[in-house]
Structures are given as structure tokens and as C-alpha cells.
Ligand binder design. Structure first.
Ligand code: KIV
Length: 264
């Protein structure tokens, strides 16, 4: 049966973890969804892992729509979440137009990076039938404001602010919250504070779901591997069994471990 937002809500209600993974083409979308992964994210991480840039900023709507269409062709029942690329939701009008394009290409939900300033945009999208995931914490489109890829919410002032933003964005209509690179204790507080399913990456074991970038979990990303990543291909016999092992580890809450987790 196809995964919908209701499936994710039901997982949260039952306290069962769910898995998400990025994919950017039809073949991997089929492999990932047939392995049982619940959510496929067409992340703007494609700017780094497919296009070779050092950030996600050069990714355009044209790139995103191309990859969403490809993933939609191969998908076998996962929920398809598509990133809105840098500045494609800079105004409410742009957000509505660009989200519509991603939904027409085959997305079931769009993901936006930011904080409380996105509330009106999320409300406008939600009111018009577009499910939204709000991405908080280390939001890679803000790398130049952050001065690098750094863990967010380490001190109590910023932790409190992130909890407040998650609650505000949920109240505005966000259906899912995604937390990237935040201390595990803070991610656990946010997961408790909101009714919406919370997906973590580098956010500890207590979020409702987990996501990784496909290339990271297959150990093929060049350069230094972030602390929160595990190479599942290392102990597997094929890409298919590596993806199944990731899905099972998330479901059984054996991934992420302590060694993949940040402290305040
Ligand atoms: O672009 C992406 O792949 C993402 C994940 C890192 C969550 O946003």
C-alpha cells in the first residue's frame, strides 16, 4: 500500500520508527521503495552528490523537476518529498508557483528550509493542498549565513528558539518537521513537543523517522564522511541488501547509534 502522510502519523502514534532516503533517478527510486523505505527525498543535495558543487545553492527548479519526474517513474509506493531549491520560496507567490510545479512533476510533499519567517508561506501552501515538510537546524541553503556546516541548537537559548519555531511551523500547517544536525536531547524535545512526525538526520535516535543521503549510506561520497553517517554497503553483499539493512536498522532503532549522535 502506498505511504501517505497518514501512514507517517500512524507510525508516530504507535511509536514505530520509519525510514527515509534520498534518490534522484528512476532506478534507485525503484530499489529504495522496493526495500520498504517509506519516504523518498529528492534532496537538493543532488547539487553536491550528482553535480559536484560544494553547496546546494546552484540547484534550480528545472533540475528539481527533472529528478522528481524520474523518481516518480520508478517509485513503488513510497511518499515522494521534493526539496524546494534555494530562493524558490523567497516570496509567497514564488513558493506557490514552484511548489505547484514540483507537485505536477510527481511530488507528494515539498520541503522548505528555514524558521518562523516561513509560517505564512507554509500556511498558504497548506491551505491550497500542498503538504509541507519544514526543515530546521542545519539548513544547508543557509551555509553562508552559518559560516559552514555546523551543529545547530547547542546552547539553551537557541534550543528553546528551535522548539518555538517547530511549534509555530506546525501550527502554520507543516505536516512533517525535519531536523538536521542538532543535539539528540533537543531533537527528542521537539519530537515530543509537536504532533507532526519528525524526521532526523544527525539528530539522534529519538525522532520518529530517520533520513540519510543515498550516496553517504552507500559510502561513495567523496571526502570526509560526517559523524552521523553509516556506510551500510560495507557489511552488505549488494546495494539492495545495504538499503534493506538501513531500513531495518531504522525500524529497529539500532541506527543511529551513540557514535552517530551529537551532544549539546
Ligand atoms: O537535500 C537533502 O538531501 C536533504 C537531506 C540532507 C535531509 O535535505
Amino acid at each position: 500500500m502506498a505511504v501517505t502522510i497518514n501512514t507517517l502519523r500512524e507510525y508516530k502514534r504507535k511509536g514505530e520508527a520509519f525510514s527515509a532516503l534520498t534518490a534522484y533517478d528512476a532506478t534507485f527510486a525503484q530499489v529504495v521503495s522496493e526495500a520498504g523505505v517509506d519516504v523518498i527525498l529528492i534532496g537538493d543535495s543532488l547539487g553536491m552528490v550528482l553535480q559536484g558543487h560544494d553547496s546546494t545553492l546552484p540547484v534550480t527548479m528545472e533540475h528539481m523537476c527533472y529528478h522528481v519526474r524520474s523518481v516518480a517513474k520508478g517509485n513503488r509506493g513510497a511518499l515522494i518529498m521534493a526539496d524546494m531549491p534555494f530562493m524558490s520560496y523567497g516570496t509567497e507567490a514564488a513558493a506557490l508557483e514552484n511548489a505547484a510545479e514540483l507537485m505536477r512533476a510527481g511530488a507528494h510533499m515539498v520541503k522548505l528550509e528555514g524558521t518562523d519567517w516561513m509560517a505564512d508561506t507554509i500556511r498558504a501552501l497548506s491551505d491550497r493542498g500542498v503538504p509541507v515538510c519544514a526543515h530546521l537546524g542545519l539548513t544547508p541553503q543557509f551555509v553562508n549565513k552559518f559560516g559552514g556546516y555546523k551543529v545547530q541548537g547547542r546552547d539553551e537559548k537557541h534550543a528553546e528558539l528551535m522548539i518555538e519555531h517547530a511549534c509555530q511551523l506546525e501550527a502554520a500547517g507543516a505536516d512533517v518537521i525535519l531536523l538536521e544536525c542538532v543535539p539528540a536531547a533537543l531533537a527528542a524535545r521537539i519530537t515530543q513537543a509537536v504532533k507532526a512526525p519528525v524526521i532526523g538526520i544527525g539528530a539522534g535516535a529519538d525522532t520518529d523517522g530517520q533520513v540519510l543521503v543515498l550516496h553517504d549510506m552507500l559510502g561513495v561520497t567523496p571526502g570526509r564522511r560526517p559523524k552521523f553517517v553509516k556506510d551500510f554497503l560495507k557489511e552488505a553483499t549488494s546495494i539492495q541488501t545495504a538499503i534493506t539493512a538501513y531500513h531495518d536498522a531504522v525500524r529497529q532503532r539500532t541506527f543511529p547509534g551513540e557514535e552517530h549522535t551529537f551532544k549539546a
